[in-house]
Design a protein around this ligand. Structure first.
Ligand SMILES: Nc1ncnc2c1ncn2[C@@H]1O[C@H](COP(=O)(O)OP(=O)(O)OP(=O)(O)O)[C@@H](O)[C@H]1O
Length: 468
């Protein structure tokens, strides 16, 4: 394995790495840093927790120190928390050169951000939506001369998930120079390779870690098969066990919706577990505060939606629990990648219902590894089942008495307005679609019933026609 100096990194950066406890490059750093330093575009696909951030931060800082100006580098990332984490790496590693950075994310004051942008920071780390808003509304800053455009979690930025970044990316790509170095990183690049190559036009250097298994060796991947109604009892049992058996422990629990995240958090707090939540319906300041409390181990359990599934680097996390089986293997890869980072060991436990078995098969197919069953004493779980289910119902009732659903509706309407849609027209369209869907469902059901009856000799063709 090479060292940082043989990769072409300057002494002052090597010293900075040492201060951070980084002495030898990881594979992705060893392979991607030389082409980046040579001026090539680069696409790096390496496992979670393998040091992809430093693989782009270090060469950018080196180039910036040779010819410092602002705005030199723009980093785009899908979540606000991740933007802060990346900016922090730039700040720590770039301290000796007096690096000036600026974070541009939603949920924070736009005027303060505009002022910071106008001061020409060396590095801007942004989420696409808010940066595109600044580009549309202000001419007090320019990203026309940037040297580096970096897309961290590049595949997420390009996919059309629940947050669709494509329109904002178009605005940003039109504002950056054609002559630039483009760097794209993620643990799951391969699905969107062609689109990504379109962004890194300059014959990109592509590097992918060779191993067949797409999750890290240090991760013990488990599952528990459970009926839907017993899931929460398993969760309480698992947490109790970790609390009893470990002194120093930290758990991330992923769930599918903001509401479920909120209810589970209330439930765990009811059981006196030190729990805190992170989801997109929370105010941004609360999100940052909760994450900070979890990082500093004031709270040992973080219950989150997929807003926290990518990139977050919290070394103390030893366990990841999937309260729902992720619908896509790549979501699974990122979620479980919040533990077993940088060579540490970790465990992931996925709660699987009978309806999710096909999802587990598709996850196993993608990661090229089998999940093993996690042994649990069912008797112990059944003992607390009623108590846990009563607690859930109480929390659901409590949440219903707040304006949580109302807030959700308002957020949805705000999002539609931002996307240029009329919320009332959309609601009407949705209701009509729903009506058509349920009519179709009923129609299908009737046909099936009629066919079944016919097969049992209980009907005749006329009856079928009458039904149709
Ligand atoms: N060469 C190195 N040696 C030891 N630790 C390192 C090295 N490079 C980075 N690290 C540490 O490894 C941890 C994970 O790094 P990083 O967050 O960059 O992972 P990643 O590959 O971006 O993961 P993800 O795909 O989850 O975003 C960080 O705490 C970082 O400080």
């Amino acid at each position: 394995m090479s060292d940082f100096s043989s990769l072409g990194l300057s002494d002052w950066l090597i010293q900075q790495c040492k201060q951070m406890g980084i002495s030898k490059p990881t594979q992705v750093q060893e392979n991607c840093m030389p082409p980046i330093l040579e001026g090539r575009d680069c696409m790096g696909c390496a496992k979670t927790g393998s040091g992809k951030t430093a693989a782009f931060v270090l060469p950018v800082l080196q180039k910036l120190s040779e010819d410092p100006y602002g705005i030199f580098c723009l980093v785009l990332t899908p979540t606000r928390e991740l933007a802060y984490q990346i900016a922090e790496q730039f700040r720590v590693l770039g301290k000796p050169m007096g690096l000036r950075d600026c974070i541009i994310v939603g949920g924070m004051d736009m005027i303060t951000q505009a002022l910071e942008l106008s001061k020409k920071p060396h590095v801007v780390v942004a989420t696409p939506g808010r940066l595109a808003d600044h580009i549309r509304s202000s001419d007090t800053f320019s990203i026309k001369k940037i040297q580096f455009l970096i897309l961290d979690e590049a595949d997420r930025l390009l996919e059309q998930g629940c947050t669709d970044f494509t329109k904002d990316l178009e605005v940003i790509l039109a504002a950056v120079p054609v002559k630039r170095q483009t760097l794209l990183f993620s643990a799951t690049l391969t699905d969107t390779l062609q689109e990504l190559k379109g962004i890194a036009m300059n014959k990109p250097f592509f590097w992918e870690s060779k191993s067949e298994v797409r999750t890290v060796e240090e991760l013990d991947q488990r599952y528990i098969l459970t009926p839907e109604k017993v899931k929460d009892a398993y969760l309480v049992h698992l947490i109790q066990k970790f609390q009893d058996e470990h002194d120093d422990w930290s758990i991330m629990i992923f769930t599918n919706t903001c509401k479920n995240c909120q209810i589970l958090t209330m439930m765990m707090q009811k059981f006196n577990f030190p729990t805190i939540s992170l989801h997109s319906m929370m105010k941004q300041k609360q999100r940052f505060a909760n994450l900070a409390k979890f990082k500093s181990s004031v709270f040992k359990i973080l219950i989150a939606t997929d807003v926290a599934s990518r990139g977050l680097d919290i070394p103390t996390v030893q366990v990841v629990i999937n309260h729902n089986t992720p619908g896509l293997p790549k979501i699974y890869i990122h979620r479980v990648g919040r533990t077993a980072r940088a060579g540490r060991h970790g465990v992931s436990i996925t709660l699987v219902t009978q309806y999710d078995i096909h999802l587990v098969h598709s996850i196993e197919g993608q990661i090229q590894a089998k999940l093993k069953e996690y042994p649990v004493e069912e008797k112990e779980v059944l003992k607390i089942l009623t108590q846990v289910n009563v607690a859930r119902r109480e929390c659901e009732i409590k949440l219903e008495s707040t304006d949580f659903d109302e807030k959700k509706e308002i957020n949805k309407r705000k999002q539609m307005i931002l996307e240029g849609k009329d919320p009332d027209v959309e609601a009407k369209r949705k209701a009509e679609l729903e009506k058509i869907r349920s009519e179709k469902k009923l129609f299908k059901k009737r046909i099936q019933e009629t066919i079944q009856k016919k097969q049992h000799g209980m009907t005749n063709p006329q009856k079928l026609l009458v039904h149709c």
